[in-house]
Each structure stands twice: as C-alpha cells, then as structure tokens.
Design a protein around this ligand. Structure first.
Ligand code: GUN
Ligand code: ZN
Length: 439
C-alpha cells in the first residue's frame, strides 16, 4: 500500500462485521460520532472521536462530515469498462444488444489512446459513485487491459480485470485464437496480477464466443496461476442458453460446459445466473463459485428476475455478489443498483432490508471476491477505501429525511432515492478521490 497521506475522517461510522440476514443486529458497528485515521493507505485507527482525537498528531488533517455516514467504499462485482458509451442503447435483448451495440463499440479499443481515455473516465465515474473496487471486463485487445491497469495502478485503486477471450461468433476485429488469447492473458497476468493493488481475472466472455480449445486454455491458465480469478457470463437469456446447447451438444447444461474445462471455483464469478437448473445450482454451490446479480441490467435487457431466495436454499447455497453490469446495466451507482435489486425481489415476493443491502455492497461483495481481509470494512489494518454518504443530497431526499427516525430508515432512503448525488466524498487508499459540495 503506497497511499501517501495521513488523514482522519470524522462523522457517523457504519461498518459490517457479518451478514445481517444471518446474525441480525450483531452484524454491524455504528458510531454516531466516530473517527477513522488513515495512514499510508491503511486504516490505522477506528473509534469514537472523543477517544481517538486526543491521540492524533496536532498536524493531522481531519475531514469532518457531521451529518454524513462514513462507510467502506462500495464494491461492484461485474462491470464492463469498454461499454461506457453504449450504456442506454435502445430496444434489444442480449444477443442483439451485443451485436448491435456492445461488440461494435468494443472495436474502438484497438486504439491505445481511446483505451486510456475511457479507462480514466470510467475510474472517475466509479469514484463519483463511491465505488472503490470493481471486477472489470476489458476487451479482446491486450492494450485495453494494459490501459486499464495502468490507470487503476496510478490511482492506487484495488481493481480486478482481464482480457476478454473470444475466438468464435465474434466480429473479426474482436476475435483472438485459443493460442493467442492464452499467450496474451499469460503475459498480462505476469505483468499485472499482484502489481500494487491490481488483480487479474481470466475472462472468457461466455461459452457462445469461445471454442472448446479456448475454454480449455482458460482452465490451463487457472491451473498455472491458481490465485487468479475467473469471470464470465452464465444463463442470462433464453436464446443465449439455446445457443450454448447447440454449440456444446455433449454438455448436460450451460454450467456443465464451464465445469468440464475447470472454470468453476471460489474465485470464479459468473454474471447473471438467472435461468439455472437444479444440477447447475449444485455445481456452482459445490465449487463455491459466485453468481453476480445485476438487477439494472437484467431489467433493462429484459433477461429475467434473479431468484435470491433460491440462491439461499440450504440444499445448494450460492455465493452471490451484487453488480451493475454497465453498459447492459443502466447505472454506475451501487445505491441505484440496490434500489433495482429491491424491485426485482419485490416482483418475486422477496425482500431486501436496507442493512442487508448495505452489507452486500461492502463486506458482502468483499467476501464474494475473497478480499474480506483487505477491503469492505472500517477495520484497523484494512485498506483505506471509504465513501461518505449524504442522505439529504437532493431536495426530495432532504424532504423525505425529515420523517426518518432510525438508521435503517436512513439507509433505505439512501438505497431507494440515492445515486451519485448522495456521494459526498470518496477516498481511495487514504487519499481523496472525489468530493462534492453538500446538498
Ligand atoms: N454476455 C456476453 N457478453 C455480455 C455483455 O457484454 N453484457 C451482458 N450483459 N451479457 C453478456
Ligand atoms: Zn456483463
């Protein structure tokens, strides 16, 4: 960790220790007037302001947010940085949306200068939304990965990312081969995995766009670099599932394809997982794989409703991360993502209490990525990625806030009406990365 400054934040601290759905009220720490001391990128102290303040060096700058909530930075478990200029593209479901919009836009990333510009925009936008870690798809071009990690590393932001692998059913300008995809990924892993805060995810786009040889090469990379991640898409849309069935006639299921090539596991994150069969749930559960629930995308592309209650079935429990999936998703904000998750669950007579929502976008997603020893909490020794939230950020929020009586009501207001405007400030590795005037 190389954050350069010493700085303290004072305000109302909220941090989860465990899942409120499992342990209830014991799940979090809330300090009404608290202080977090950040030294060289890490959290050096957390506690009541009256206890910690007297121990501070008189020169330590203190950013005081009297009404605001100070939480660990948000974590997004599935997002595409090359899709920032196709977000909000009209009128198509998955395969048409890819062909008409996403795969056209991604061809621009052959140009390194374009990659660098978009990576900078994207990381600014994450910070504006309070997101300090994301698991990110680049494009098939190695230069798109190089540009992304270069910019993330420069900002000292903890990111996971990888080069998309596609060796069939893709436009010529976006196709690699099994051999080239393997070689490029390997070189990027050797250069970037564990460099500062950067982590590599082997990234076959989905089974539709990879041959068996390429999926096998992805499995080989995971064997050679067992602490790397894997990210791909799974069971998002019915036409997609039919296509996979036609391409892999020997497979029992879509998940079975990934299983055959050794792609399931505790560091594997599968986007969507909406239309899974029973045996697929068992494969994912037994391997401790992670499903990324992307509510704004699933509604916008018309893919379907993620069944969170089913994912909690004790017979085959799934690890679940919450994610935006921009640009299929329609917001960079994890607050807006919570609002849409709530609605997706309402449509299925399920619920998402506010405490569970905020757990999910902080410690819950850190656990989904196996990074809970580093991020996701306000805890001594942890990495100092922090978001400051204002529940009165807009006139409508301030007006509603006048009726708020409890912390849970305040959090529910933030997740239902909040977005980037509710983010007062973001700190990455102890340094200011974004700030906004009070509403
Ligand atoms: N499946 C394969 N590629 C993509 C993508 O870019 N976005 C979404 N939502 N689904 C995909
Ligand atoms: Zn996606």
């Amino acid at each position: 960790m190389t954050g350069s400054s010493t700085r303290a934040l004072r305000g109302r601290l909220l941090s989860f220790r465990d899942d409120p759905a499992v342990v209830g009220a014991e799940s979090y720490d809330f300090i009404e007037d608290g202080l977090v001391l950040m030294v060289e990128g890490r959290i050096a102290e957390v506690g009541a302001a009256e206890e910690v303040m007297p121990r501070l060096d008189a020169a330590t700058p203190i950013d005081h947010y009297p009404d605001a909530l100070i939480l660990p930075g948000f974590i997004d478990t599935h997002i595409h940085y090359p899709q920032t200029q196709v977000i909000a593209s009209y009128g198509a479901q998955l395969l048409d949306w890819l062909e008409r919009y996403a795969l056209v836009e991604e061809q621009r990333f052959a140009e390194p200068e374009h990659c660098a510009q978009v990576a900078a925009f994207f990381l600014d936008e994450l910070a504006r939304n309070g997101t300090t870690t994301a698991m990110v798809y680049c494009t098939v071009h190695p230069q798109s990965v190089e540009a992304f990690f270069t910019e993330a590393h420069r900002r000292n932001a903890r990111m996971l990312a990888g080069k998309v692998l596609m060796d069939r059913n893709a436009p010529p300008g976006l196709s690699d081969t099994a051999e080239q995809g393997y070689a490029d990924s390997k070189a990027l892993i050797e250069r970037w995995h564990g460099q500062g805060r950067q982590l590599y995810a082997v990234t076959p786009r989905f089974a539709v766009t990879s041959t068996e040889a390429q999926l096998e090469a992805a499995g080989t990379l995971l064997k050679e670099f067992p602490d790397c991640y894997l990210q791909t898409h799974l069971s998002e849309n019915h036409r997609e599932i039919e296509t996979v069935r036609a391409l892999f006639t020997w497979a029992e299921s879509y998940t079975g394809v990934y299983e055959r090539f050794g792609l399931l596991g505790p560091r594997s994150v599968f986007g969507h997982c909406i239309h899974l069969g029973e045996s697929e749930r068992r494969l994912l559960s037994d391997s401790r794989s992670v499903a990324a629930f992307c509510p704004t995308s699933n509604l916008f592309i018309g893919s379907g409703l993620f069944d969170l209650a089913r994912a909690k079935d004790p017979a085959a429990p799934l690890r679940v991360g919450l994610a935006t999936d921009v640009g299929g998703g329609t917001s960079y904000s994890m607050l807006s993502t919570l609002a849409e998750a709530y609605k997706v669950l309402q449509l299925q007579h399920q619920n998402l209490p506010a405490l569970q929502g905020f757990y999910r976008i902080t410690l819950g997603n850190a656990r989904a990525l196996g990074l809970e020893d580093k991020i996701g909490r306000l805890a001594k020794g942890g990495e100092a990625d922090i978001v400051v939230l204002d529940a009165k950020a807009t006139p409508a929020m301030a007006h509603r806030h006048a009726r708020v009586e409890t912390l849970e009501e305040e959090l529910f207001l933030l997740m239902t009406l909040g977005d980037d405007r509710a983010v007062r400030a973001t700190y990455i590795a102890g340094d200011p990365a974004h700030s906004r005037a009070a509403g």
